[in-house]
Write a protein that binds this ligand. Sequence first.
Ligand SMILES: [Zn+2]
Length: 189
Amino acid sequence: MAGKALGVYLKFINTPTDEEFEKMKAQIASHVLDFFKGAAKHAKGISGVTVSTSPAAGSAKDIDVVCYVLKSQSDSLVQKRFGVTISSTSSGNTVWSPDKSMMLSEVYLEKNEGDAQKAKLNGFIICHELMHNKLDTYPPNMPVADIHKIKDGSVSKENISASDAPSEADMKAMALGLPIAVPQHTQDL
Ligand SMILES: [Zn+2]
C-alpha cells in the first residue's frame, strides 16, 4: 500500500520493571494501537501504524509521535525541559515550545493508580494527549481548534474514564492529524 508508516513511541520513565507492569505496558500499547489503526483507515497517505514501548534514541521522525509515560507528576518533562508549570490535577499534558520548536506529550500513571481498568484508562489518556499533539497545539497546522469540542467525541473529551472508548468521531478527527509532521521532543527517548 502506498503511503507513509507512522510510528507511535511510548517512553516509560521511572515505572516498575516487574512482569506485571510489563503486561500493563502491552495492554496500554494495544489500546493506543487500536485507536491509531482506526484513525489511519480514515486518513490519506498512511500505510500502517506501529506502537513501540521501548523506543531507541533517535526514534520518531517526520510524522511519528512520542508520548512520555511517567510514574508521577514530579517526573514531568514539560516542567523540567520546557519550564512550564503543570496543573496538579492533570493526568497528562501536551505543550508546544516556541523556543525549542518541539511538541511534548506526557501522562502521569499515579493519577489513575486506583482505577479498576487503569491500563485501558491510561491508554485512552495517551490517545487524548496525542490528539492534542497532532490536532490543536502545533501553531503552523491545527486542523481542529479544540479537541475537547469535537462533536460526538469520546476519548477527546476534557475528562475521560475507562468507559470512554474512542468514537468514530475521534478517529475521523485524528485522521486529519496523522499526515502532519509535528516536531517531537525526542531528547528523553
Ligand atoms: Zn485535553
